[in-house]
Ligand binder design. Structure first.
Ligand code: ADP
Ligand code: MG
Length: 693
């Protein structure tokens, strides 16, 4: 660690407002973005780097390539291309040595902010267009404010209204104030040495102020030792938490015992209207073995949409009830909870006092039944976690669509019993690399086959301009007696005008399909109304379900054979896959039509992948490559660890190392594991998301 003795260094924990260039207004913006301290700020590392070590004279640009240029901008004008829905800003860059055309795409605000009297530093690619050369989409900074001059320059993500250049200035001010000398190293030294990694302070210095003899390629690929240090640190923190949680859980015996597991299984399975698949049977083996074991089960059951997870959970739940114990199943939505309630009643009858507990049905009577144990089985929503809900002998908790809940919620449900067994299920296919990181504390089971007789869903991707012919085709299907879903995208509150337009579209579609008794679900309905309408569709009183909200995950209406997705470009691959999974559940052939409006590059690739495979895991891997893990799982979901920098695909090898080291740390030096974590939490702000308690 370097100490600057000549003057007092700024403390890493100082409020960001202590920095030069951060007044009350900017401080508020930063705080709202979650940046409270100077340390929070400098832990946000640059997203890329530009090599501006050589400034080329404008007159010397004669070939294509990447250039840093200085000059004034003249003849700035805006061109709108209505047909292509594009705005171009054009200008001429002029210096004493020559001039060059500059074009920016879709950055109309630039035109108003360029000052004709200022000298600018531009960096970007020069392309040939016919006879002339043109600088395309360069970054742009007033030269006297660019700060670092000719250097490898870090480019920061904007923080709300604070643009990249401003963020850089503020970070540089922090470095100048000596904050790096106040950073303690939270990682054990021997591990850093073993992996050849620099200390945290050094790593941050390199990332914010790259040494000028390095290569910009390594920086941009995130493959420098400095990047490695942050990535490894992030992952080691996460893996240590998981290892500690695992140790806490594995070390304890459960109090309940199951009786005659094999007998219960056999009796139930014989009564099913279908035969379990090999995969379902194998997973049941694993689960029943866990139930038999003296330590509590912690199992993740993954299986693609429609593979039949519910029945597997049902058998385990019945085993609990049969032993005089209680089991409960928590689902993320009321619709889904009700559906599970119906399936379990069908599977098990009402032998075990099955109850439904949602915010609508949580009557004192239902709660009483759970508390006294009269209800051995229950199904519910978040309402199950309310304080007023108590169980008599909760032995098994099942969580469906686990990715919709956070780890905290998992823990809250577990706290309703004394070391209950836990089974969490998800249909969001999670690539192994990610599963290991997110659920490293759970054992995993996979159902990797669909029930026999299912026909592959035919997927079509169509422009919204073909809407008329798509709906004509749909009418043909409905005339043939088939059932269909039409899904309109979920619109954020902030897009209210658009939300109204979407609901309008829903109504127009409903009108058009009027003779098929359509059901229209929209976001403003309360959940009782929604499930009533859903039932109308499930029972066949309505042939079309039009939903302006995302059709709830897990909905099971086996007779439905058509899924039309409007504005499919707005959905992520995982969501599209979930939606497509609503059809193809019966013996009849099914079709999914994804309609798109305006396509970005990414959306186009997404839809191409969607059309090309029905395999959820393949889609998930592709999604991870295309969009990164944050988008796959929805960054706003609770319980997803704050993996800022780590890219779970690119950094698989670091995940492996971190996992191994974390295990050793917790096994050999458990105390150090704990203190390392404490240090991490206070210093590097890793979110707490321990499993169990
Ligand atoms: P998911 O795994 O997506 O939750 P579900 O449990 O909803 O899937 O099951 C989908 C459908 O498949 C249900 O209608 C269920 O009754 C049926 N099913 C489950 N297992 C089998 C099987 N082995 N053979 C035939 N149908 C099955
Ligand atoms: Mg399900």
């Amino acid at each position: 660690m370097t100490t600057d003795s000549s003057r007092e260094a700024l403390a890493a924990q100082s409020p960001v407002g202590a920095l030069r260039g951060v007044g009350p207004v900017r401080e508020r913006v930063l705080r709202e973005a979650g940046i409270e301290t100077v340390l929070d700020l400098i832990l946000r590392v640059p997203k890329s780097y530009e090599d501006r070590r050589t400034v080329t004279q404008v007159g010397d640009v004669v070939t294509e390539g990447s250039y840093t240029l200085v000059g004034v901008l003249e003849k700035v004008n805006t061109v709108r291309l209505y047909r292509r829905r594009m705005t171009l800003v054009r200008a001429t860059l002029r210096s004493a040595t020559g001039s060059l055309a500059v074009t920016w795409f879709n950055r109309p605000y630039l035109a108003g902010s360029i000052s004709q009297s200022e000298e600018y530093l531009l960096h970007g690619r020069v392309r040939r267009r016919g006879e002339t050369l043109e600088l395309l989409n360069p970054s742009l900074e007033a030269k006297n404010r660019a700060g670092l001059g000719a250097a490898i320059v870090p480019i920061y993500p904007a923080i709300a209204s604070l643009g990249p250049t401003l963020v850089r200035q503020i970070v540089q001010n922090a470095l100048q104030a000596g904050v790096l000398s106040d950073i303690d190293e939270p990682l054990p030294e021997n591990l850093l040495r073993e992996h050849g990694l620099p200390a945290l302070g050094e790593a941050l210095a390199e990332l914010h102020r790259p040494s000028q003899d390095g290569t910009v390629e390594a920086l941009n690929a995130g493959s420098t030792p400095a990047h490695g240090r942050l990535i490894y640190g992030e992952l080691l923190g996460l893996q240590t938490e998981l290892a500690l949680a695992r140790r806490r859980i594995r070390g304890r015996e459960k109090k309940h015992r199951y009786r005659n597991l094999a007998g219960v299984r056999e009796r139930l399975v014989v009564g099913l209207p279908f035969r379990l698949t090999g995969s379902q049977n194998a997973v049941l083996d694993e689960i029943l073995e866990d139930l038999e074991s003296p330590s509590p089960m912690m199992r993740l059951l993954q299986g693609d949409v429609g593979c039949g997870k519910t029945v597997v959970a049902g058998v385990a739940m019945a085993a609990a009830a049969e032993s005089g114990l209680q089991a409960t199943l928590m689902a993320p939505t009321e619709l889904l909870a009700e559906q599970h309630y119906r399936s379990l009643r069908e599977l098990l009858g009402d032998r075990y006092g099955l109850r439904l507990l949602t915010s609508a049905t949580a009557t004192p009577q239902v709660r009483e039944d759970l508390r006294t144990g009269r209800a051995r089985l229950s199904v519910g929503t978040h309402a199950l976690m309310q304080q007023a809900v108590e169980f008599d002998r909760l032995a098994l908790a099942v969580i469906d669509e686990q990715h919709r809940f956070g780890v905290t919620q998992r823990r809250e449900l577990l706290a309703k019993g004394e070391r209950p067994d836990l089974l969490v299920m998800t249909a969001t296919p999670i690539p192994r690399s990610l599963a290991m990181t997110l659920y490293g504390d759970l054992s995993a089971s996979i159902i990797d086959e669909l029930p026999p007789g299912r026909q592959p869903v035919v997927t079509r991707v169509e422009s919204a301009r073909k809407r008329e012919s798509v709906y004509r085709w749909l009418e043909g299907e409905l005339d043939g007696g088939n059932k269909a879903f039409v899904v309109l995208p979920l619109i954020e509150e902030s897009e209210r005008v658009e939300a109204e337009a979407v609901e309008g579209l829903g109504r127009r579609i409903a009108e058009r399909l009027g003779s098929y008794r359509p059901t229209l679900l929209h976001g403003r309905m309360d959940s009782a109304t929604k499930s009533e309408l859903m039932n109308t569709f499930a029972k066949g009183e309505s042939q079309v379900l039009i939903a302006t909200t995302l059709i709830e995950v897990g909905v099971d209406v086996p007779e439905a054979t058509v899924m039309v997705i409007e504005s499919a470009e707005r959905f992520g691959l995982a969501q599209l896959h979930q939606l497509r999974g609503r059809v193809g559940r019966g013996a009849r052939p099914s079709t999914c039509i994804a309609m798109y409006g305006r396509l970005s590059q990414d959306a186009r690739r997404r839809l191409e992948v969607f059309r090309s495979t029905l395999d959820g895991f393949e889609l998930a891997e592709a999604d991870l490559e295309l969009r990164g893990p944050g988008d796959l799982l929805g960054t706003r979901q609770a319980g997803i660890p704050g993996l800022g920098l780590s890219d779970l695909v690119k950094h698989r090898h670091w995940i492996e190392k971190a996992r191994r080291d974390a295990r050793d740390l917790v096994r050999d030096r458990p105390f150090e594991g704990e203190s390392f974590l404490a240090a991490l939490e206070s210093r590097v702000g890793v979110q707490a998301h321990l499993a169990g308690g």
